[in-house]
Design a protein around this ligand. Structure first.
Ligand SMILES: Nc1ncnc2c1ncn2[C@@H]1O[C@H](COP(=O)(O)OP(=O)(O)OP(=O)(O)O)[C@@H](O)[C@H]1O
Length: 909
């Protein structure tokens, strides 16, 4: 048995595929066989990307307008015989390319590594038992089960299908889901029909089925495409695009300035070669070539920090957008609540019962209104209600050493538990009432229905229908209710809805149950959500507690403080939603009318013009269908909001894609939702969104800090030369020395800001305006001030040293060192965007100190090592010069501090 990807499995009949793959259509493979095949074929994973070799990637680093300028400059200086200058310029190019290369590789491995945090699970039959496995462990011949929401885990030859539709856009670009049919066997003469094959990486949108794995890993269709193109992760973000445009403009301006400088120098009759080298040093110094790499590394560090908080970023731009989120639309069940359901109260027409016990352990007592244990024989409606809960159910309880856990939907598991407390065992019930048909629960349909045979005695129509679902839906489906004595009476809708409201107001999640005894006939069309079988009798309500998550209230409060609104969007009852919203503090949020609740029906009746206003006011949306989520996102965006939206189902995908940051649930979410999302919450917890927003703000802050540092220092490096040439004075710092400063400080000083920890008050500020320009007024002021200090300072010291009798080389070395000292002192001012320099915790970012240490060693070397003196035209300095340098550096630092103080006072008023 050696299935190859070239085998055209789709052209074979099912039995031929089964023989070829040595597979069993019912039992699946044995564990032993699967392990052997895993050994032979390897894991079902795509090989690491190999499309771009290291050399290509290194060369790609050079592909940047700013770097082109450097290369041309290096070549020309070499041609002019200025070998030191040319060497240093190429040094800058190489160091930058290496840093960019290493950082890009790091960012990509970080993103690649995140993928393994969100593993695709596959449902497989092995040894006759269905189980959930990581899709990595699939082998050829495995029997895989598919249902709506799954990502197809390998190439499958389908053997059974029910209304299976698969979205193949990931593979073919075709956006209309393709119908799949396991029985389809094309005529030999027809065009190749692949409708009996489901391809790895495609998404099941509706229906379900089963198929045999015919190809895994690199041999799948996806694997082959992957090999050809490589799944490129985009590293571009709105900010990098803004920066790219900015650097183009900057290049043009700097080149123009350099040309003017050269022309002025020539007109003044200065030496052409020297003027040219100076003009080049000006250009090289002024170009902030480290900027693109710094953006990538800062965001990549942010993404890694988010991953530690259980938030996996799937698309890098989201790391940046998170910092501007103004509203989070969140699910209730499982995100704000524990998704740990326990039935607490049961209602039947005329009676109310309480249930004791905790969690999923099926131990507890159902007590009647008199406080006595309720016997099912005396309460027929209760018995039928519990029976519907147990039989119309796809979940299971699992016991391991008296520890109870569940398989399937927690809501359904809670119904099994309360049934078991009353003595109804799910397996026994299934034996007595074999299930013959199922209409599964969907959020649109709002109910689940099962048809059961009434033992051997029943004829063909002797079937029983059991239904459970939302109260509104079941009350609409039923015409009768079961009384205390078991007799059927006309339905008292008011009473049932009133009881449900009463229970929901306590924060309980309410399900209604109904039965249709055998006899009545009505062909029920499950495809029509509003169709209902007649003769249904309402038997009761089951109300379950799903407590809010421990950290939810604190996280909601933190969002409010951070100026981020939180809105709950749920399929649940309005009263339940409101009660939970109240418990987690959603209703004491800000906004024009906090606490307003809108239902899906309200939304449906609202005009497009009214929607944005109404949506902005409400904080809870109940009984909302997934389709309406898309309208909500659009309405909020129309109102100027930057929206994060959570979702887990197939139908949530459009809203997740539309949201500025789509958030999928790692545990309970379907693969379709995860595929559409920008971020996946590994733990499904609302508090994780809040933590990710905090990290997003932190990452953006660090970027801003780097920009604040690099723009003024680079500009000054260029200006110091420009001013000298324009004034026709001696250069206070030589071009080679400027190139040295440029090469060392960007890496050893500036880049260290990427490692700054988050600032304390980060979640007490309002969200960042995504349209804020790169050059704010505050930054332009800083830029001018720091630039002036650097240029004037080095001029002043150079002139002072000359006047005090120092040689040219010594005076220049003093100016060069002052320049670096001012840059290093200024670095401390950039460590916080809000605090003055003396309030920043000195040791909170050790990298800054490491960088300054290394830079100091470099400065001592260039000042005292004879070989470096010869290369860079420097000379050793006396202690008194260092004192002047440090005093002047401190004064410059003080001026920046005064300006920052003045700026923040102005911002407050
Ligand atoms: N498995 C089920 N079978 C039958 N009815 C159900 C089932 N699960 C939920 N319901 C009913 O359908 C209603 C809507 O449930 P749905 O799953 O759409 O929303 P939700 O999980 O409460 O909300 P969300 O996850 O969006 O916060 C519930 O209030 C409940 O009455």
């Amino acid at each position: 048995m050696a299935p190859s990807s070239s085998t055209a499995h789709h052209a074979l009949a099912v039995h031929e595929v089964l023989t070829l793959m040595e597979a069993d259509p019912d039992q699946g493979l044995s564990d032993q066989e699967a392990a052997d095949r895993l050994h032979t074929f390897g894991p079902n994973t795509l090989p690491a990307r190999t499309t771009t070799g290291p050399l290509v990637r290194l060369v790609r680093q050079v592909h940047h307008p700013l770097i082109y300028v450097l290369i041309v400059a290096g070549v020309i200086t070499a041609a002019l015989g200025e070998h030191v200058d040319s060497g240093v310029i190429f040094g800058v190019v190489v160091v930058n390319a290496l840093i960019g290369f290493v950082q890009e590789a790091k960012a990509e491995t970080a993103l690649e590594g995140l993928r393994t945090m969100v593993r695709t699970q596959a449902r497989v039959v092995r040894d006759g038992r269905p189980r959930s496995l990581s899709s990595d462990d699939l082998v050829p011949g495995d029997l895989v089960l598919l249902e709506a929401g799954d990502k197809v885990p390998a190439d499958l030859r389908l053997i059974r299908t029910t209304d299976l539709r698969v979205d193949e856009s990931a593979l073919s670009g075709e956006s209309v889901p393709a119908a799949k049919d396991g029985a389809a066997l094309p005529e030999a003469t027809t065009v190749v029909d692949r409708s009996n094959t489901a391809y790895s990486g495609t998404l099941v949108t509706t229906g379900g089925g089963a198929g045999i794995v015919v190809a895994t890993g690199a041999t799948t269709e996806l694997g082959q495409i992957h090999r050809l193109v490589g799944a490129a992760q985009t590293l571009a973000t709105p900010l990098t695009q803004k920066l790219a445009a900015f650097s183009k403009l900057l290049t043009v301006v700097i080149l123009a300035l350099a040309a003017v400088t050269f022309a002025v120098g020539l007109m003044r009759g200065q030496d052409a070669t020297q003027t040219f080298t100076a003009a080049i040093a000006l250009a090289v110094g002024a170009i902030p070539e480290g900027l693109p790499a710094a953006v990538t590394i800062t965001l990549a560090i942010g993404v890694a920090r988010m991953a530690r908080q259980q938030a996996v970023i799937r698309r890098l731009p989201a790391a940046e957008t998170l910092g501007s989120i103004t509203v989070i639309c969140t699910d209730k069940t499982g995100t704000l609540t524990e998704n740990q359901m326990t039935v607490r109260t049961l209602w039947t027409p005329g009676e109310l019962f309480q249930v004791s016990g905790t969690g999923y352990t099926p131990r507890g007592v159902i007590t009647d209104p008199h406080g006595e244990a309720a016997a099912l024989a005396e309460h027929p409606a209760l018995r039928w209600s519990l029976l519907a809960g147990v039989a119309c159910n796809d979940a299971a309880l699992v016991e391991d050493d008296d520890r109870w856990s569940i398989v399937g939907d927690p809501t359904e598991a809670a119904l099994l538990v309360v049934g078991a407390k009353a003595g109804l065992d799910a397996a026994e019930v299934a034996g007595l009432l074999p299930r013959v048909a199922t209409t599964p629960f969907t959020s649109e349909r709002q109910h689940m229905l099962t048809r059961h045979l009434l033992g051997a005695a029943g004829g063909p129509d002797a079937t029983l229908l059991l239904v459970k679902g939302s109260v509104e839906r079941l009350v609409a489906m039923c015409a009768a209710q079961m009384g205390r004595d078991g007799a059927t009476r006309p339905l008292d809708r008011e009473a049932a809805l009133g009881a449900a409201d009463h229970l929901a107001a306590q924060g309980l999640r309410v399900l209604a149950t109904a039965v249709r005894p055998p006899g009545a006939t009505h062909t029920y069309d499950a495809a029509r959500p509003d169709d209902a079988p007649d003769g249904l009798v309402l038997t009761g309500l089951q109300a379950m507690l799903d407590p809010p998550r421990a950290g939810a209230a604190a996280a909601v409060a933190a969002c409010h403080t951070a100026g981020v609104e939180v809105k709950m969007i749920t399929g649940d009852h309005a009263a339940t939603a409101t009660a939970i919203a109240d418990q987690v503090g959603l209703l004491d949020g800000h906004g024009p009318a906090p606490g307003t609740v809108l239902t899906g029906t309200d939304l449906a009746s609202m005009s497009a013009a009214d929607l944005p206003g109404a949506v902005a006011r409400a904080s809870v949306f109940a009984r909302v269908s997934p389709e309406q989520k898309l309208r909500l996102v659009e309405a909020l965006q129309a109102g100027g909001h930057v929206v994060a939206m959570t979702g887990d189902g197939v139908n949530d995908a459009p809203a997740l894609r539309r949201a500025n940051v789509g958030v999928a649930m790692g545990r309970t979410g379907t693969e379709v939702a995860k595929d559409a999302a920008d971020m996946v919450l590994v733990d499904d917890d609302f508090a994780t969104i809040e933590a990710a927003i905090e990290e997003g703000r932190g990452a953006f802050d660090n970027l801003t800090k780097f920009i604040n540092w690099t723009l003024p220092t680079n500009l000054a490096e260029g200006l110091v030369i420009l001013v000298a040439i324009v004034l026709g004075a001696a250069l206070p710092i030589l071009p080679t020395q400027i190139l040295w400063i440029n090469m060392t400080t960007a890496v050893l000083l500036g880049l260290m800001l990427a490692f700054e920890p988050k600032e304390d008050g980060i979640m007490t500020r309002p969200p960042r305006d995504p349209d804020q320009p790169l050059l704010t007024r505050a930054l332009v002021e800083r830029l001018l001030l720091v630039c002036t200090l650097l240029v004037a300072g080095s001029w002043w010291l150079f002139t002072w040293e000359r006047a005090a009798g120092a040689g040219l080389a010594e005076a220049r070395t003093a100016a060069l060192n002052l320049f670096v000292v001012v840059e290093a002192f200024y670095l401390f001012h950039c460590r916080s965007l809000t605090l003055p320099v003396w309030r920043v915790r000195f040791f909170s970012n050790p990298w800054i100190l490491v960088g300054i240490g290394l830079q100091s060693i470099g400065q001592l070397a260039i000042t005292y090592v004879p070989a470096m003196n010869a290369t860079f035209g420097t000379a050793p300095l006396g202690v008194d010069v260092w004192v002047r340098i440090l005093v002047a550096g401190s004064i410059a630092s003080l001026v920046v501090a005064l300006h920052t103080g003045w700026q923040s006072r102005r911002a407050r008023t």
